[in-house]
Write a protein that binds this ligand. Structure first.
Ligand SMILES: C[S@@+](CC[C@H](N)C(=O)[O-])C[C@H]1O[C@@H](n2cnc3c(N)ncnc32)[C@H](O)[C@@H]1O
Length: 303
């Protein structure tokens, strides 16, 4: 089965406000959110720009969106080099930006991608084959303290020091090259019913680091803030607390207050993050941790 788009109805509800507008889907993936957006807006002349860092996602999206090729422009880009693809003047150009963070489910299931501790495969975790460094290179080369800091910073794993020590000890006999080897090294030092949680958190931390996800996200949100026109909508779906905290703070730090003077601001549309209904989670368990935040861009002229 292909990727099932998360909170599709909610995305449409918060994102679309001008049916002839141009919307940027920064996480095109299999193109399923874009397809839903295009279905709504093409009758009125609306268009989409679809972006993804992964060339494999780009080809799947092209095939899934073949009926809409006249209304979508698809580009292989990262959030950090979005601005070169999206020229925008002082007033902004785009009607909305969507970020559906995280991984495409087909990629997560592929053992060769090395994202899942449930499948044995190379410890890779690169979202795109063109990225420089793999998770295996990280765990085999980082000094123990840096490794412990990384695991803690990107997953709040409280056993990070113990795990880093175990990794460094294990790699002295043989490099750590597979997902199951890393999982088993963690299992050796973390016991009890929550040990799978520790494995999951360590995999998350390595993935974030390999793909530079935090810096990418901040760059992407900054481009969206700068390039939206007045009334534009930002919609972000995140899947773990580290991402959600960044999105929440990014929006809150720019919110419109009664003291705001001239400039660009956000009006918060979701004071609390929106979560999927239980019916959706029953059908698509991958949606269970999703949190959607939305904001509207307000330009204050100050005169
Ligand atoms: C959860 S999937 C999106 C699924 C999509 N919404 C759909 O309905 O098919 C996330 C996608 O974002 C892409 N992605 C993640 N970080 C990115 C970045 N920094 N720049 C560009 N694309 C990124 C991934 O390659 C992946 O294809």
């Amino acid at each position: 089965m292909g990727h099932v788009p998360v909170m599709k109805k909610e995305v449409i509800h918060y994102l679309i406000w001008d049916y002839s507008g141009t919307y940027v889907d920064c996480t095109l993936g299999d193109g399923m959110h874009s397809k839903a957006i295009l279905k709504e807006i093409t009758p009125q002349g609306g268009t989409v720009i679809g972006i993804d860092r992964d060339s494999r996602a780009i080809s799947t999206a092209k095939s899934n969106l073949k009926d809409y090729m006249e209304s979508i422009k698809i580009c292989k880009r990262r959030f950090s080099d979005l601005s070169s693809e999206l020229p925008c003047g002082d007033k902004g150009t785009y009607h909305g930006f969507l970020f559906d963070l995280g991984l495409n489910s087909s990629r997560l299931r592929e053992p060769s991608s090395g994202f899942s501790y449930l499948e044995d495969g190379p410890l890779d975790m690169r979202m795109s084959p063109e990225e420089r460094i793999t998770a295996s290179q990280l765990v085999n080369s980082l000094p123990e303290k840096e490794l412990a800091d990384l695991l803690y910073k990107y997953s709040d794993e409280r056993h990070s020091r113990k795990i880093a020590r175990a990794i460094v000890r294990a790699r002295q006999s043989e490099p750590i090259e597979t997902t199951f080897r890393l999982r088993d090294i963690i299992f050796k030092v973390i016991k009890g019913p929550y040990r799978l949680k520790s494995v999951s958190r360590c995999f998350q931390a390595l993935r974030i680091s390999v793909n530079n996800e935090i810096e990418e996200l901040v760059d992407g949100l900054s481009t969206a803030f700068r390039c939206m026109l007045n009334g534009g909508r930002l919609v972000v779906i995140s899947y773990h607390s580290i991402e959600d905290r960044i999105v929440k703070n990014f929006i809150r730090d720019r919110r419109l207050t009664k003291n705001s003077e001239a400039g660009r601001f956000f009006k918060i549309l979701t004071p609390k993050p929106v979560q999927p209904l239980s019916d959706e989670v029953d059908i698509n368990p991958a949606a269970r941790s999703a949190k959607l935040r939305a904001a509207e861009l307000v330009v204050v002229n100050g005169d």
